[in-house]
Ligand binder design. Structure first.
Ligand code: ADE
Length: 419
């Protein structure tokens, strides 16, 4: 078996971590049990380009139980948990190509290993694997049954591909399924981003001015949790509807160039480039912490910050670099501008990844079951499957649904009754 990981001897620690996460992933465990009996992926090769975490390991075990021959490669150079990678290789016999801190060349070499696996199904977090296949591997286009995408940024890229007519197989926008973004993006990113900022810096949020760039699902979750810890939260937005929502949720809303003057901490979650740039670096206070929780490390213009710096203190603390400005101010960059929740913390907690990865697992089964009818388009998962995931999660959390009476059902489906 080929693989490329940091150190096989970390496997025992990785196994403990995977099993710890597993106890909070009951929906995925139930799917794994069913897959083990029904084997929906027999004879199929799957290449998955995801953050290599304990939660992802449990997804890999689920796909493997369903009969898939899986390979896992990193979807980000800084997000790999090396002990988990070791356990997947040693304990679960799943080839992994991922090393925390890998350079760009190694990242692309690992991506190539995913392609060399000759997949029938792909899974992405950020669309790097699928875009590489669409651009440079036409030999795989007819063989791929379907592809799954985990994150907002990846879905944005896929929609651009669909607009340009270059998609060659069906894709499920897992991110856009309700059981993913309403929970993972809001509660997962919200909590784990704060976790990453605190683990990296040990900052007290109470009384600080915390700027959130972007009020999508991730921004909403982050702003709410920062407020919960006592921060004064400012939101920056380019969409007027989202900006009103932020204002009515009780946050101050203003352009970044104004917010940056007040900020103690700024976190970008927009999915766009250069959200923090020279104009903002110029006005930031001394000791401002800046970080990103969007998928790619493009939201903070580190090239310009580097040009402006008279000195860079690398690693003033784990995951923090200090950029000294000519006027004596120091700007602290957390996690090299990569997603701080996975760089400095452990990503989203298992309990929320349970729903995201149950959605991934059922999406994979759905493309296999419907391969004759799906077209080369971007799809959501049918509502019944969303409901099934939500219902199982609700039950495992110990909550029960209310039910409609016959009279209420009739009322909801009739049109005659009026004022
Ligand atoms: N994305 C965010 N958190 C994650 C986690 N714990 N595992 C995999 N992908 C993630």
């Amino acid at each position: 078996m080929n693989f490329d990981i940091k150190d096989k001897s970390l496997a025992a620690a990785g196994t403990k971590r995977i099993l710890w996460a597993d106890k909070d992933m009951p929906v995925l465990a139930a799917i794994r049990e069913r897959f083990a009996k029904e084997k929906p992926f027999t004879g199929l090769r799957m290449s998955c380009c995801l953050h290599v975490t304990a939660e992802t390991a449990n997804l890999m075990r689920t796909l493997q139980a369903g009969g898939a021959e899986c390979v896992l490669v990193a979807s980000n150079p800084l997000s790999t948990q090396d002990d988990v990678a070791a356990s997947l290789v040693e304990e679960f016999k799943i080839p992994v190509f991922a090393i925390k801190g890998e350079d760009n060349d190694t990242y692309y070499k690992h991506l190539s290993a995913g392609i060399a696996h000759n997949p029938h199904i792909t899974m992405d977090d950020g669309a790097d694997l699928v875009s590489e296949i669409l651009k440079n591997h036409p030999n795989l286009h007819d063989q791929i049954i379907g592809s799954m995408e985990e994150t907002t940024t990846g879905v944005i890229r896929l929609k651009a591909m669909a607009k340009d007519g270059v998609i060659k197989f069906p894709v499920i926008a897992v991110n856009d399924v309700q059981t993913k973004h309403m929970f993972d993006n809001r509660y997962g990113t919200g909590q784990s981003t704060i976790d990453g900022i605190i683990r990296a810096s040990d900052v007290l949020l109470a009384g600080k001015t915390f700027v959130v760039a972007g009020y999508g699902w991730c921004g909403r979750g982050l702003a709410d949790r920062a407020r919960g810890l006592g921060a004064n939260v400012i939101v920056t937005e380019i969409n007027p509807v989202k900006a009103i929502e932020a204002a009515m949720d009780g946050f101050r809303v203003m352009p970044m160039v104004e917010a940056a003057k007040e900020a103690d901490i700024i976190c970008t979650v927009t999915g766009n480039v250069n959200v923090l740039d020279e104009v903002h670096f110029k006005v930031m206070k001394d000791s401002c912490y800046i970080c990103n929780s969007g998928h790619f490390d493009v939201e903070i213009n580190l090239k310009n910050l580097t040009k402006m710096a008279t000195k860079i203190d690398k690693g003033v603390r784990n995951f923090i670099d200090g950029y000294h400005m000519a006027d004596g101010r120091v700007i602290y960059v957390l996690g090299e501008g990569r997603l701080i929740n996975l760089a400095a913390a452990e990503g989203h907690p298992a309990s929320v990844m349970d729903m995201s990865f149950a959605t991934q697992a059922l999406s994979s089964e759905y493309v296999v079951k419907n391969k004759e009818t799906l077209k080369n388009e971007v799809y959501l998962l049918p509502t019944e499957l969303e409901q099934e995931i939500a219902m199982t999660k609700l039950t495992t959390m110990g909550f029960k649904l209310d039910t409609l009476t016959t009279e209420q059902e009739k009322y909801l489906t009739s049109w005659e009754v009026g004022t």
